[in-house]
Every structure is written in C-alpha cells, then in structure tokens.
Design a protein around this ligand. Structure first.
Ligand code: SAH
Length: 449
C-alpha cells in the first residue's frame, strides 16, 4: 500500500482529461501533473485514496519524446495551460484519444473519430481575457489565478492572448499604480478594482476594455481614457462593470459606458455579431468558424428545413445556418443572451428566426406540444450535457438529424448513447481543438434517425 510522502519510480503511460499523467504502481493508478506519456519519473505521493493516488513530479529520470521546453515562465504556477510541456502534435493526439476513449468506453460505440481539427494557431488565439487585479506590498498585480487557488500570479504576457492585450494590461496597471487607485482584496471585500476584462473581435480588430469594480465610479477615469487613446489601438468601447457582491462570479449585472460604444462587432461565418461585456461568445474565433462549418455540414440543409438550435446562447450557430433553412428556432435559458440573439438576427436581416428564453427541456416539450417538427436539431449544452427530458423530447419530435456540439466528450458520449436507445445512429464524431495548450477539447457528433 502506498503511503503519503513515499517516493516512487513511475512510468507514465496515459494522460487524463485533466491533463495529469498516469502510471501504475502495484496495481494502483498514480496521477502526476506536468508529466507526459513516455516519461520515467521519480514522484512523491501527496494524496492517497483507496483506489488511486496523486503524486508530485520530483525528478525526471527519462524524459518522454513528446516533451518540449515550456515557453511560459509562470506555466507551472498559473492555472491556465496544463499541456505547455507537450509538443502540440502530442497534445493533439492526446485530445483525439480522449474523445475516442469517451465514445468507446462511456458510449459503447465502435466508431473511429475523424481527425482532430485545429487552426494550428496555438498562441494568441483567445479573444477574451479576464485578469484579476490585486495589490501586494503596494504594487498593483495583474495576472491569473494560480492552480486551484485565489492567489494571483502576475502575468501580463500570457501567450494565449493576442499581443494587444499585454500592452493594454500594462497601461491599465501603470494607471492604477500611478493614480493610487485601490485594488480589490478578497479577504476584506474592500478595494475598488476587481478585474480587467478585455475582448477583441478578431474579424474587425475592434477591442473592448472593461474594468470590473467593487463600486460605481472610477476616479481619474479621464486619465485612463487618455492613456488608452494614446495607444492608437482600435479600442471602440471602454466600460465599467459594477460588481459589489462578495462572490466568485466575475461580472455584476450593470455595465456603464465610460467611452465609445456599448458593444464591439465581430463577424463569424459571415454573420455580424455584437458583443457586449455580458454576451457569451466562443473565445477562439477562427476555430469556432471551423466548428460551425462542421456543424452546418452535418446538418446537410437544403433550404426547406425547420432547424431547432437548443442551448443557443446568443444564437450564433443557428444564425450562421439561417439562410439555408425555412425556419430557425433558438432556445436559451439566459434572458440577456436571448435579447442579444434577437438583435443579432435583426442586424443581419434574418427574418425567419424565433428565439425562446426557456429551459431546453421545457421548451422542447412545449414545441413538441405545439406540433413543431424540426427536421434538424442542433444541441450545444454546457459541460453537464443534455437533460434526459431534452433527449426524450427530441426523439419524440423526430428530427432526421441531430447535431451534438459538446465541450465535454464524456457527457456527449453518454447523451449519444441515450439517443441510440431512442432510435438514432451515430454517424460521425469530429474532435476540435478550440483551446490549445489547455486540457479542454470539443467535439461535434452527427446522429441520424
Ligand atoms: N451555442 C452557443 C452557446 C453554447 S454554451 C454558442 O455556440 O455560442 C451553452 C449555453 O447553454 C449557454 O448559453 C447556457 O446559458 C445555456 N444553457 C445552460 N443550461 C440551459 C438549459 N437548461 N436550457 C437552455 N439553455 C441552457
């Protein structure tokens, strides 16, 4: 039996969906962060469960051929990139395997996944950054939360963000420092500036700068605007979001415009999308376009269909298909997202779309009662997947095709297996890398009746 603090030698033979390497020691699985398949390591056991253990990498005895020198100085402390020590080729293979394993083991399918789709852009792909702002020893710190902690690791130069973000974060930090604006302290819930929130519309270049405040106004805000203007970047919106609650939820409900427009405008698969501070939006623009193209191809639209887009967010997936269908119905539970979806439809001159603010299962049952018979249903649920009632209602509506987009292969495989029981056959699974260097992987599955 392994004991806490014992040091063992381990061969890493697999990678978990959380990005931990796994090896077996006397039949026990040992999970070790920051390792790669093929590593021989010495590790210290830090946590013992009845059936598995966690270890910490102490010494790399024989490095895996998949290893590369991590190119981020704060990589091991920051909670963002768990795979930066792997070559991107090895990362893609691991992600493909993760999706394949989920559909094999959880779904009980025997269908080989399509090759993983990636834009190949592994740095600077994020169009949104949320940096916690804190103060340590009189210095303003802007960075990211450390793994499983609320300690802020200073890092303006995160490689996942576009280069403009580093420059803006630097200017904001200097402003806060020089004007002595108090930053937030989580312990006492005092201090004003909680987060710096940046968004960029990749297709147009437009940028939004937002400060999340534990208060209503920003002292010396005119000086911040001057500094931002002097950067000569396409900043189109500067705003303040008010969040006075002591909570981990980042954004408060109210956003005030300090300068410029309330939204920035992006183009996604030819659809104009307005992004406010609050709007949900895919963070990797170029990869999202590939994902949506795949979803559209799976939907195989001819112009006559009724298309139901469940968990539609601000409507983007459905809207990119609206011109190929007779009618589009989008369903989403967050009221503000539905309002955004309606505006997005109107601004694109799309008149055959209807958006409902409702729970997916409630809406699916109501639409079923209204006698709506969609030809194609697209679902894009959150990580926990679709509720049982949603899948049951979909099967009763009887669409020819169901296109499932998912950010969690495990629940996608479970839900596809449920749809198989309800009369649908899985035709195709395609993994997508929307979040290079992190452990997240998406997939698109096509099922037909
Ligand atoms: N399809 C969108 C958003 C997908 S994210 C896009 O690609 O941009 C998943 C969405 O499901 C979120 O917008 C979330 O608010 C919504 N959601 C979560 N639970 C829901 C439920 N029970 N019913 C309807 N929508 C829900």
């Amino acid at each position: 039996m392994l004991q806490k603090n014992s040091v063992i030698e381990l061969a890493v033979t697999a990678l978990t969906s959380e990005g931990n390497g796994v090896g077996r020691y006397e039949g026990m699985a040992v999970f070790v962060p920051d390792t790669a398949i093929g590593d021989r390591i010495e590790c210290k056991i830090v946590k013992v469960h009845p059936r598995f253990c966690y270890g910490r990498l102490e010494r790399l005895l024989v490095p895996s051929k998949d290893r590369i020198e991590p190119d981020c100085p704060v990589g091991r402390r920051c909670g963002g990139c768990a795979l930066r020590h792997l070559s991107y080729g090895a990362e893609k293979e691991a992600k493909w395997q993760q999706v394949q394993d989920a559909f094999d083991r959880i779904g009980g399918f025997s269908l080989e996944c399509q090759p993983l789709v990636s834009t190949g852009m592994v740095d600077g792909y994020r169009n949104k950054a949320l940096y916690p702002v804190r103060e340590r020893d009189g210095q303003v710190i802007i960075g990211f939360f450390a793994r499983r902690s609320h300690e802020v690791v200073e890092n303006l130069a995160c490689r996942l963000q576009p280069p403009e973000f580093e420059r803006i974060a630097g200017v904001v930090r200097d402003f806060l420092q020089e004007e002595r604006i108090p930053c937030y302290d989580e312990g006492s819930c005092k201090g004003l500036v909680r987060q710096l929130y940046l968004r960029k519309a990749f297709a147009t270049g437009e940028i939004m700068v937002c400060l999340v405040l534990n208060g209503e106004t920003l002292p010396q805000s005119g000086r911040l605007l001057e500094r931002l203007r002097d950067m000569r970047l396409p900043i189109r919106s500067v705003c303040l979001n008010v969040n006075r609650r002591s909570t981990n939820v980042v954004l408060g409900e109210r956003t005030k415009i300090l300068w410029g427009r309330p939204v920035i405008t992006d183009l996604l698969c030819g659809v104009r999308v307005n992004l406010s501070a609050q709007s949900f939006y895919q963070v990797n623009h170029d990869a999202a376009e590939l994902l949506y193209q795949k979803a559209r191809q799976c939907a195989a639209l001819t112009g006559n269909e009724v298309l139901l887009d469940l968990y539609c967010g601000t409507g983007t997936i459905g809207l990119t298909m609206a011109r190929q269908v007779r009618q589009l119905i989008g369903v989403e539970i967050v009221p503000a997202a539905i309002e955004d979806a309606k505006v997005n439809a109107r601004e694109n001159g799309i008149e055959n779309a209807r958006f409902l603010c409702d729970d997916a299962s409630g809406a699916a049952q109501k639409l079923e009662k209204e006698g709506i018979r969609p030809d194609v249903v697209v679902v894009d649920p959150p990580r926990k997947g679709c509720d049982e009632q949603v899948l049951a209602a979909i099967s009763r509506m009887g669409p020819r095709r169901v296109v499932m987009i998912s950010c969690n292969p495990a629940t996608a495989a479970r839900d596809c297996a449920r749809l198989r029981e309800l009369g649908y056959a899985l035709q195709e699974i395609t993994p997508f890398d929307l979040f290079p260097r992190t452990t997240h992987v998406e997939c698109v599955a096509l099922l037909t009746k």
